[in-house]
Design a protein around this ligand. Structure first.
Ligand code: AMP
Length: 197
């Protein structure tokens, strides 16, 4: 089973570009943020525990997200692999993912880093807040916390994957509108095809 990862700051376009990637590469999209929001919507115990952490822009515990990912890995469907979006988010999670994949006879295929400048991060998150109504998108302080947490906790995974020769970076700013999105997707495809060898 193939395993691709999208990494990048909040608002970089991971969710947006996951849609055509999973369609064109026949992958199962696994977004830990989406899976958590589903739990919240269903009012489960896990959702209740995650909500206050998420609303404040803090991470939920590793065992929660890793449990969700493992159960998806063990639910085989007609896909060629997975696209992980929002996981791993820490070095610990990256190492745990390697162990989870190794236990299933697999490994990370490649990592796409979607990078955008900080002013664009803030503009995009604010635009999304109006459309999606996410509590963690609405407030400057929470947005700042998420950006800082990204730099502090998530960025180190880039060097981890670079050292394994698995990191491929894409400029996530393709310009305005639909044309800009298509341009970024074209760049992503170029990198994913490199991973295919
Ligand atoms: P996202 O939709 O990827 O922006 O995630 C929304 C929120 O869900 C994050 O700010 C975290 O609170 C939580 N979350 C998602 N993925 C993870 C993860 N891998 N580890 C810890 N918390 C996560």
């Amino acid at each position: 089973m193939k395993c691709y990862i999208f990494v990048g700051p909040p608002g970089c376009g991971k969710g947006t570009h996951s849609v055509p990637v999973v369609r064109d590469f026949n992958l199962c999209h696994l977004s830990t943020g989406e899976l958590l929001r589903e739990q919240i919507a269903q009012g489960t115990e896990l959702g209740l525990k995650a909500k206050s952490l998420m609303d404040a822009g803090n991470f939920v515990p590793d065992e929660v997200v890793e449990g969700m990912i493992a159960s998806q890995f063990d639910n085989p469907r007609n896909f060629d692999g997975f696209l992980l979006d929002g996981f791993p988010r820490t070095l610990g999670q990256a190492r745990d993912l390697d162990a989870m994949l190794a236990a299933r006879g697999s490994e990370v295929t490649g990592v796409i880093g979607l990078m955008i400048p900080e002013d664009l991060i803030r503009a995009r998150i604010k635009g999304r807040a109006v459309i999606e109504g996410r509590a963690d998108d609405a407030n400057d302080e929470i947005i700042t916390n998420r950006i800082n947490t990204y730099h502090e906790k998530t960025e180190p995974i880039i060097d981890y994957y670079k050292s394994k020769g698995k990191y491929y970076e894409v400029d996530g700013d393709g310009g305005p509108g639909e044309e800009g999105k298509l341009e970024v997707y074209r760049r992503i495809r170029v990198q994913m095809e490199k991973m295919e060898g």
